[in-house]
Design a protein around this ligand. Structure first.
Ligand code: ZN
Length: 507
């Protein structure tokens, strides 16, 4: 078999797996949206069957032979060529999948299933003691996983690699240190201002049917293609890109709190635009797949926060909003509205945190995860460490574990190394937006006219169309001219929130 034949066969197998995984994605979407409750057991069997089929196809030794045949050939002479990028990422995934002993994979599945159950019971009761033995098992297995996968530097790097290939604990420590050193005092400075937004504006009657129409209009304005996607309702909002021509987003409506569904839709629209702009011809291969979780999150945060919570966006949309909800918004000024949707207020729950305080929640989790995985922080000491660090970063006493170390689902499913991708997303979003503003003069005027095509096209060209051709760090350097840094985000927070809080809603 020539290297060219080996590569063609590798691509064929990869695309076949892409189709198989997209079938599982359809079932997963249906499970969260329309499946009747009694279908759960069969759905579990269907999903487990597809997952094991995909795993055995991908870990077939033949795949390893094909990867090796292409690696040893001229096909990868150009490190940015199609074959080089596809083979680099298939090698990474293949090694990861084959290095994990099947017994460890099964044990992880068993322990995390029990841990999620235990977490769901422990959280409402703030019962850390009930969750602790499960978390101890999860952490022990994640350390075994890191050892099996292999790493240089911190063992955390082996876990991070699953979500953010190429990122390291050492690099992230530097990013978080630079970020929190300025962000924590900046949040204090902003919240010490006497002006406060009137958040009651957000907690009025917003009929769900009208919320849906309004959110769909904003998603369509951003460029979500409803001919190639749908918006449905779920308990836990998500975006699932099945593949070319079909991307599903979901949201959750609260008739008495406008931001929940609306900003949720803008967020998922950002994810969806990524999926809808991946190169269809590469579907199923790394070149047709998103770069990393951090880059994926940068797209959701960019559209939700950088654009959707900005004044220019509301210059266009607020008059329409007031027409849509005349009872709730009669007499409300655009200034009061923009101030209200940008309130900065330290709070206990990460998923409810505002743009400015959010990354402090992540910095806390990142530090604690490092300690849990290195063994420096025993699970028994987690609540104390959480509460101390929370107080230092956000200035609040944690009242109970439900609002402290038991609030997130991630550790119960073994998602250690996942949290930092949220902050990377915020940093990439700010850095990309700053670069887009340098490249595209008058972007805010576009937004004031309800036009987002130039920004979308820029993002597509700089980020979306590349799939996994470059690792996230390199993609960022190419798109923005610089390595990822907390500076654009800190500059954005200072400029936006200090002026909002200085001006208040008086104008
Ligand atoms: Zn997201």
């Amino acid at each position: 078999m020539t290297p060219a034949d080996a590569y063609a066969e590798l691509v064929r197998r990869s695309k076949e797996l892409g189709v198989l995984n997209s079938c599982a994605a359809v079932l997963g979407w249906d499970q969260q949206t329309y499946m009747p409750p009694a279908g759960a057991a069969l759905r579990g069997e269907q999903m487990a069957f597809l997952a094991s089929l995909a795993h055995s196809k991908f870990t077939d030794p033949k795949v390893g032979e094909l990867v090796a045949a292409v690696e040893g050939s001229d096909l990868i002479a150009d490190p940015e060529g199609d074959a080089a990028a596809n083979v680099r990422e298939l090698r990474r995934a293949y090694d990861r999948a084959t290095k994990l002993p099947p017994a460890l994979v099964e044990e992880l599945a068993r322990v995390t299933t029990a841990a999620q159950q235990a977490w769901q019971e422990a959280k409402p009761k703030s019962d850390f003691a009930g969750f602790r033995p499960h978390l101890e098992k999860v952490i022990a297995l994640k350390r075994e996983e890191a050892a099996a996968v292999g790493f240089t530097g911190h063992p955390y790097n082996a876990l991070l690699d699953e979500y953010e290939p190429g990122a390291t604990a050492e690099e992230l420590k530097g990013l978080f240190a630079g970020l929190t050193a300025e962000l924590a005092p900046l949040v204090q400075e902003i919240t010490a201002r006497p002006n406060k937004p009137d958040r009651s504006l957000l907690e009025r009657d917003y009929p769900v049917e009208r919320q849906k129409v309004f959110a769909e209009a904003a998603a369509a304005a951003f460029g979500f293609d409803f001919h190639a996607g749908r918006l449905d309702t779920t308990a836990h909002p998500f975006c699932s890109g099945f593949g070319p021509g079909d991307c599903r987003i979901t949201t959750r409506y609260n008739p008495r709190f406008f931001p929940e569904a609306f900003f949720g839709v803008l967020h998922e629209t950002g994810h969806a635009l990524y999926e809808q702009h991946l190169p269809a011809e590469h579907f199923g291969t790394p070149l047709g797949s998103a770069c990393s979780l951090g880059i994926h999150e940068s797209q959701s945060r960019l559209w939700e926060n950088q654009v959707g919570r900005g004044r220019p966006f509301w210059d266009h949309f607020f008059p329409r909003l007031r027409q849509t909800f005349p009872a709730a918004l009669a007499g409300v000024s655009p200034d009061a509205w923009v101030f209200a949707v940008n309130e900065v207020r330290p709070s206990f729950i990460r998923v409810e945190a505002d743009e400015a305080t959010y990354n402090l929640h992540i910095a806390l989790r990142f530090e604690l995860e490092l300690g849990l995985i290195s063994g420096d922080l025993p699970v028994a000491d987690l609540p104390g460490a959480w509460n101390d660090r929370f107080k230092a970063l956000l200035g609040l006493e944690v009242p109970d574990h439900a609002r402290g170390c038991l609030q997130d689902i991630h550790w119960s499913f073994g998602g250690v190394g996942y949290f930092p991708t949220y902050t990377l997303g915020n940093l990439y979003a700010a850095q990309l937006m700053a670069a887009a503003r340098r490249d595209l003069a008058g972007l805010d005027d576009d937004f004031r006219r309800g036009e987002f095509g130039r920004l979308r096209e820029w993002l597509s060209r700089k980020v979306l169309m590349h799939g996994q051709r470059y690792r996230a760090g390199e993609l960022c350097r190419r798109a923005t001219g610089e390595a990822v840094s907390p500076r654009p985000f800190l500059g954005y927070v200072r400029e936006k929130f200090v002026s909002l809080y200085d001006r208040g809603s008086a104008a």
